[in-house]
Design a protein around this ligand. Structure first.
Ligand SMILES: Cc1cc2nc3c(=O)[nH]c(=O)nc-3n(C[C@H](O)[C@H](O)[C@H](O)COP(=O)(O)OP(=O)(O)OC[C@H]3O[C@@H](n4cnc5c(N)ncnc54)[C@H](O)[C@@H]3O)c2cc1C
Length: 470
């Protein structure tokens, strides 16, 4: 998207004097930044700490377990110290997982159990990571309908928060779940599908680990397909005007609005029989670091920042790759961030995105991460943010070392005003009463939860806030 070389040239040609006046002689120094790795799993006192991916959630579980079978999980749940929280890959930004009680990793419940070639279905253990799942399904000629931006999540965690990809006809990942097995707080195993324990199927498919711990999921997949993925840079206003047509024309479509540049990256993909053109080395993280350098040098002077970006980005050719979808649709994201994402009624998405862009460009010159716009088909899971409505999502990111309070003070009010429902795994300030207003079947889902877990074994403080306390 943006190459370091072109950016540095741009920074130089846009005026060394201006750059120096704006931010001192930092451009070349900053260009040598490297992203620090994830922090150690022990704290400064040497205590074992659990952290989420971005580092803003931490916990000191009293006990940790990683059962290797459904039976082992069932006997654990009978006696485990509450609160008991399931953890997949720890990629949620909200405090869904933290526990001072028992942390149950699903890492040892891994792999594809069986597959049905005629029905294009597969039974998968819930701890399996999406990347490994994509590869295993490809081995039997299948693929999931949707694929998120990364593939590090566990299947159980992804379903648990309504993780999604993009595509007007593509439901979120739980849209592909046709049955699951779950161990309850009492240590009983229940099977749920549209014909067996249908209420549990509706309530716990997007279940936040609050109904029980899912061990196996039957996925309805489709035939493995090759796609042609294309990234094109376009003026932001044109890309936003064109969004309805882009969504209609392509199997997947998304827009990354690059603030302070007037430019957006439009990424689309479609099925093809073209010969393979492998994806090149991942340039997107370097591009985001380059945007950070632009911010560091020109941040206080937005017109210079826009000019430098225009010079750097102008003439960038489209990027094209052709391969199996599971290889192309997810990305590496070594650059850590915190994120808020809301799912809006599809017709409100672009207005909300324009408002957020204007507000950020007016008030927050420190922001440099692109905003992400995607689209998701409706489904019928009671706690799905896409419940009975075609949705458009708006995601805003903050570099993990930077202040993210603007997500709550500036961005969230706009997303709420446009009727948004927050991504369960991403930052938001909502409480149970808010969710009850946003979700028509919220009360029904909570009745199912209360029946399955009357003592609240699976509830931590955060879950009480968003599910129970009005
Ligand atoms: C870099 C990055 C990129 C992302 N991209 C996307 C994206 O493109 N689209 C999107 O929608 N989201 C995205 N997310 C959010 C992410 O997909 C969700 O937060 C997802 O829940 C993470 O999966 P996990 O395995 O890490 O789950 P965790 O965060 O470990 O757990 C999430 C929830 O699921 C529960 N849970 C986990 N396993 C089970 C189980 N077996 N049974 C019952 N409950 C369980 C946990 O208790 C918890 O409540 C992204 C996050 C990051 C950090």
């Amino acid at each position: 998207m943006v190459s370091r070389r072109t950016l540095l040239i741009a920074a130089g040609t846009a005026g060394a004097a201006a750059a120096a006046a704006a931010a001192g002689d930092v451009a070349l120094e900053r260009s040598r930044d490297v992203e620090p790795g994830a922090p150690e799993p022990v704290d400064a006192q040497g205590r074992l700490v659990w952290r989420n991916w971005s580092g803003i959630q931490t916990a000191y579980p009293a006990a940790r377990a990683a059962p290797a079978s459904e039976d082992a999980l069932a006997s654990l749940l009978k006696t485990a110290q509450a609160p008991v929280r399931a953890v997949g890959a720890g990629h949620s930004f909200t405090a869904l997982v933290p526990t001072q009680g028992t942390l149950v990793s699903l890492d040892n419940l891994d792999g594809v159990v069986s597959h049905d070639a005629d029905r294009l279905q597969a039974v998968v253990r819930s701890g399996m990571r999406l990347g490994a799942l994509g590869e295993a399904l490809a081995g039997v000629g299948q693929e999931m309908f949707a694929q998120p931006d990364i593939n590090k999540q566990s299947l159980g965690g992804a379903l648990g928060t309504a993780t999604h990809g993009t595509g007007a006809a593509q439901p979120a990942l739980h849209g592909g779940a046709v049955a699951f097995r779950m161990v309850t707080a009492a240590g009983d195993v229940v099977t749920a599908s549209p014909t067996q324990n249908a209420d549990i199927f509706c309530a716990a498919r997007v279940g936040l680990g609050a109904f029980g711990i899912i061990t196996e999921v039957t996925l309805q997949n489709r035939k493995l397909s090759r796609i042609r993925k294309q990234l094109v840079l376009r003026p932001t206003q044109d890309a936003l005007d064109d969004w309805p047509a882009l969504k209609r024309a392509h199997r997947t479509a998304e827009i990354y609005i690059i603030p302070f540049t007037g430019t957006s990256a439009v990424i689309t993909s479609d099925a093809t029989d073209d010969p393979v053109v492998p994806r090149g080395p991942d340039a997107e993280n370097q591009a985001v670091l380059d945007l950070k350098h632009l911010r560091d040098v020109f941040g206080p002077v937005p017109p210079l920042r826009r000019l430098a970006a225009k010079l750097a980005l102008g003439g960038t050719p489209p990027q094209v790759a052709v391969d199996d979808g599971w290889k192309l649709l997810s990305n590496e994201r070594p650059l850590r961030f915190n994120e808020m994402e809301y799912h809006l009624p599809a017709e409100r998405q672009i207005d909300a995105a324009r408002e957020i862009l204007a507000a950020v460009e007016r008030q927050r010159p420190d922001v440099f991460f692109p905003f992400e716009l995607r689209c998701i088909a409706p489904d019928d899971a009671w706690l799905s943010p896409f419940y009975q409505r075609a949705s458009g999502s708006v995601a805003v990111h903050a570099y993990y070392q930077n202040d993210y309070s603007f997500l709550f003070t500036l961005v969230e009010p706009i997303l709420r005003r446009h009727g948004g429902r927050p991504h369960w795994g991403k930052l938001n300030s909502l409480r149970a009463a808010d969710f009850a207003r946003l979700y028509p079947r919220f009360k029904d889902a909570m009745q199912v939860r209360q029946t399955l877990d009357p003592s609240g074994k699976f509830l931590n403080d955060y879950l009480r806030r968003i599910l129970v306390d009005a």
